[in-house]
Design a protein around this ligand. Structure first.
Ligand code: SPD
Length: 426
């Protein structure tokens, strides 16, 4: 043995970009290559970075395999570091080149720990032995796979054990992950939309506040909301005679029905008119004063949702609201998305008038920073606090076991921290 270890530094060029953004595929490929090359896996950890890029390491008994990907360049850099004679790192190289569909690869082998330069030291091996692995001779194997949503400065990571749905629709990448802490999670273009375990905060807050402040809401429109959570909560109010939901992406509905059944439970409700189409187009063609409540349950303002953050769209929403009508939108995080947050309030106020627009907050652990905002804009006199019908609310709350929303939350949600109030000149 001329050296302790062999280190192959690999560059894979012109790989299939989607494969380099698929954390589960990369994890499986790296682990598979390790095993096929003769290694014994001890631990692995993989991160997906939103919107793209994966980093990961497989720790093997014979050193490690590591990867960093740049899907936008079809490029992956890989380190294959093995010790001893039992592992063939070049076999791992060939396997990975195939798995990432690399058009070409370059590699350089280094010897690590030249024997000619080493002198062996005396160590008391017995006392240093790890009792656990000495017990049964089997190394402890663990597995960590992380999904990360981030911007340049802030990130949120959730550990997951599987990807259950993975489709590129005409509009966006639709994925469902099985997370350890929050159950199944829907992401669109790498951004968290909803999870089974904390969805109730968002869906209760976006629906019950307008439904209990409007004097008598009968017709509601949901723009977006394909997972079904907003429709489910809205339909708890018996007074609605008609709820129209316009979701642009059939794949969001399909994935939610299959993997988020508790959220999608009302998508077949007889009062729900579910239309798969462009919400902007629908609103443009709707009649003046057609809806008492309009809820914009959009994704973040990138990709297909961009137009849902425009002045023209909100002018149209204003037009289709009835005289007492209320529009509620998800208005992003005042910490994570400061620019958008400021801008949308300016837009709403330019259309509805300053006094008619209010911001309220809720705490959603799986959204970046955990602090999320909603806007409440009323065309008529329905003030979110002054016109709250307590009797109607108490009857509703007694009949429906909610997990987040209650009378105190309704009132306190409109109390804004100073930094938030200042951002929108409240
Ligand atoms: N960054 C999260 C924005 C979430 C907006 N919509 C969520 C959809 C839940 N029905």
């Amino acid at each position: 043995m001329a050296a302790l270890g062999r280190h192959i530094i690999v560059e894979f060029y012109d790989c299939t970009p989607n494969l380099l953004n698929d954390v589960v595929h990369i994890e499986k490929s790296m682990e598979g290559a390790a095993v096929d090359a003769g290694a014994t896996i001890i631990n692995s950890t993989f991160h997906h970075f939103s919107p793209y890029g994966v980093s990961g390491v497989v720790v093997i008994q014979e050193s490690h395999l590591a990867i960093h990907t740049w899907p936008e360049y079809g490029f992956a850099s890989v380190d294959l570091f093995t010790c001893g004679d039992t592992v063939d790192p070049w076999l791992a190289y060939k396997i990975l080149k195939g798995k990432f569909e690399a058009a070409h690869g370059s590699a350089m082998e280094l010897s690590r720990g030249e024997m000619a330069l080493l002198t062996q030291k005396e160590l008391d091996v017995k006392s240093l032995r790890d009792e656990k692995s000495a017990d049964d001779g089997q190394p402890l194997r663990t597995r960590d796979v992380w999904f990360t949503e981030r911007d340049d400065e802030i990130a949120l990571s959730l550990k997951h054990s599987a990807k259950l749905y993975d489709q590129q629709s005409d509009f966006q990448k639709v994925e469902i992950y099985k997370t350890e802490a929050y159950g199944n999670m829907l992401t669109l273009d790498g951004m968290v939309m909803t999870t089974e375990k904390d969805e109730y905060v968002y869906h209760e807050m976006i629906t019950h506040i307008p439904s209990l402040t409007h004097p008598n809401p009968k017709r509601a429109l949901i723009i977006g909301g394909g997972d079904g959570g907003t429709a489910r909560e809205l339909l708890k109010h018996d007074g609605y005679e008609e709820v129209v939901m316009v979701e642009i992406d059939a794949k969001v509905i399909e994935a939610s029905k299959e993997f988020l059944p508790s959220i999608a439970s009302a998508l077949e409700h007889p009062k729900l008119d579910l239309i798969v189409d462009d919400g902007i187009k629908y609103v443009k063609s709707a009649a003046d004063g057609a809806f008492d409540v309009v809820i914009v349950d959009s994704t973040d303002p990138v990709g297909p949702a961009e137009g849902l953050f425009s002045v023209d769209f909100y002018r149209e929403v204003y037009r289709i609201l009835s005289n007492d009508g209320i529009m509620v939108t998800q208005s992003e995080s005042p910490r994570f998305n400061q620019k958008v947050f400021r801008e949308v309030y300016e837009v709403y106020r330019s259309i509805f008038g300053k006094e008619q627009v209010h911001c309220y907050l809720a705490y959603i652990p799986t959204y970046p920073t955990g602090m999320w905002s909603f806007s409440y804009s009323s065309k008529g006199s329905a003030h979110p606090l002054k016109h709250l019908d307590l009797e109607k609310m108490n009857t509703f709350l007694a009949e429906n076991r909610l997990q987040y929303y209650n009378a105190s939350i309704h009132q306190s949600a409109f109390a804004l921290p100073n930094f938030v109030a200042e951002m929108i000149n409240d």
